[in-house]
Design a protein around this ligand. Structure first.
Ligand SMILES: [Fe+2]
Length: 202
């Protein structure tokens, strides 16, 4: 096994451990699918990407084991190139974030009812209110965010697990360091239900 493969499997293992902590049925199903993928090959080396410097500098000081695992797996993480939301969020919104889609229909870990991956949002940016039918969980690994989920707006940092029920509006304001999170969807995982919402802060 080469170093990139080992780093990728370690990242899947860290993701699974964190979704175990979330502990719901769908989170545990996600953990099982992540662990099933360990030992079955890593993605090909990623090609250079415009936000590589931000991603790598943002993770240099990482201490959360999940963030360290992402840093180590960087060579095989295909940031952004194919965001599942490309057809749904205008570039004025999607330029604030980048993602690695790992699990889902047609993704590296094939799954027809769950999605999971990595999310990173650029410093000093605001991802306006949006929602979707899928139930969603983010687990913050690095950085801080002022997070709106339904009626609650609070500032969170590494280790925080945030769950959005179907159609719960959510928005994320990021401060001067990029935000990194693991992410998953369950329920109706069709991206067609994704909508940007009216947001006075946008
Ligand atoms: Fe969402």
């Amino acid at each position: 096994m080469d170093a990139n493969e080992a780093a990728f499997y370690n990242m899947l293992s860290e993701m699974a451990a964190l979704f175990d902590l979330e502990g719901t049925d769908k989170a545990l199903q996600t953990s099982i699918a992540l662990r099933d993928a360990i030992g079955n090959g890593a993605p090909a080396l990623a090609t250079p990407y415009v936000l590589d410097d931000m991603i790598q500098s943002g993770l240099r000081s990482a201490v959360h084991p999940g963030a360290v695992a992402v840093r180590q797996a960087h060579p095989v993480l295909h940031w952004a190139a194919t965001s599942i939301l490309d057809d749904y969020a205008p570039s004025s919104v999607s330029r604030h974030f980048t993602a690695v889609s790992l699990m889902g229909p047609g993704q590296f870990i094939e799954h027809n009812s769950l999605r999971a991956g990595l999310y990173m949002q650029t410093p000093n940016s605001y991802y306006q209110l949006h929602n979707h039918e899928a139930a969603e969980t983010y687990i913050i690994l690095q950085g801080q965010a002022e997070w709106t989920a339904g009626d609650v707006t609070e500032t969170y940092g590494p280790g925080k697990i945030i769950h959005h029920t179907p159609y719960m509006p959510h928005a994320f304001k990021i401060f001067d360091a990029p935000l990194l999170a693991f992410w998953r969807w369950s329920g109706n995982i069709d991206v067609d239900t994704y909508r940007l919402l009216e947001d006075p802060k946008a």
